[in-house]
Design a protein around this ligand. Sequence first.
Ligand SMILES: Cc1ncc(COP(=O)(O)O)c(C=O)c1O
Length: 427
Amino acid sequence: MAPQSLSPQLYQSFLSDLAKERKPSPIRGLYPLEAKPGLISLLAGKPNASTFPLTSVTLTSHSPTDPEKRTLITTEISGKELAEGLQYGPTAGLPSLVGWVYGLQEKVHGRKKGEGWGVTIGGGSQDVIYKAVSSLVNRGEPVLVESPVYAGVLPMFQALHCDLIEVETDANGISSSSLRNTLQNWPSSKPKPKVLYTVPYGCNPTGMTATTERRREVLGLAREYNLIILEDDPYYYLYYGDAPRPPSYFALELEQPEVGRVLRFDSLSKILSSGLRIGFASGPEELLRAIDMHTAISSLQTSSLTQAIAFALLNQWGYDDFITHTQTVSAFYRQKRDVFEAAMQKYLKGLAEWESPEAGMFFWFKLLLDDNDSEALVRTKAYENGVLALPGTVFLPDGRKTPYVRARSACSTGIKQMKLAGGWARR
Ligand SMILES: Cc1ncc(COP(=O)(O)O)c(C=O)c1O
């Protein structure tokens, strides 16, 4: 039986004033009418494709099935696929890539097409996250963010003068007790928060992966306190923990009496190429429509050609080879984690404390400093020694002092870096 969805009307109370005021693009709003069989469309300003010089695009890539041998395979984009890639296309994304994402979300998260959710493609997940925030949050509103939080979303909320409410996290992810405490004690005079932002796998910056238990509790609280969860998950496929992977929020909400509280963001950046700039949002159609209305007046759409390239490759692989490829990538980062951690043990033992990440590419470590402030060390001594890392303060909404540092363990010179870092930590 299909899961029960939240009522479409409910989302009206979540949409920002800006999202409600946006009018459909007078041209793009009529695009669906072009689908009528036999219709001659004189609608959009589509340039005549016969004037485009490209006749085919050939991609050469490593086969996902034998990463050791690094066998090369070629993929050609021509004919109808190339024509779509060279022309303006639908705001939400090329139907071929959108269709591939539907299939992926069903295979990976158990969410079936037509059961209360949709897909929209963006120029990286950052693009869709930004549009989601602008579609959901009004100036000055409170927003729940895990803390520390991905520094890339802070400017979005800060520009809106949001009241950033920090929800504590630990090695098991978001602290549901901190969230419950905040929500239970919410002052009745203050507008209630509508959204909770979290990075549940290999979190940027802490590297933590939320446990299934925590995710369940957070979902329960979202239902109880009427929240939308912004599940920003670019490191989902970079899970390398020994235990079976926890389900995503998007999958887990199938256990709830109704679906529609999770707006999920995926990215191809960490698994195919960050330069491709392809990310996608999956979730309630009312929220995706608001994102699309933003796209329709900003960039019109994500590049058709990069979508066509991504689709050609993914389609040639099929889902199984895609998963095989992501397993190769996550094994690579696991090995980086191990090498980096060995260096941490060697050079920073007694000078820093950390938890071992089980996904992603970040180490979040606490320097055992007298003044509990990593910033001066990171910005001066470390940099002078050729080490560039991020002081923890940039991941805190109020920019307060912290002894934490974020380092990317993916870096191949990690050991040398840590040797130098050992030098500067031992002041
Ligand atoms: C947590 C998080 N969200 C979003 C992004 C943006 O990713 P994309 O390249 O898909 O825009 C990043 C990039 O590092 C990230 O770490």
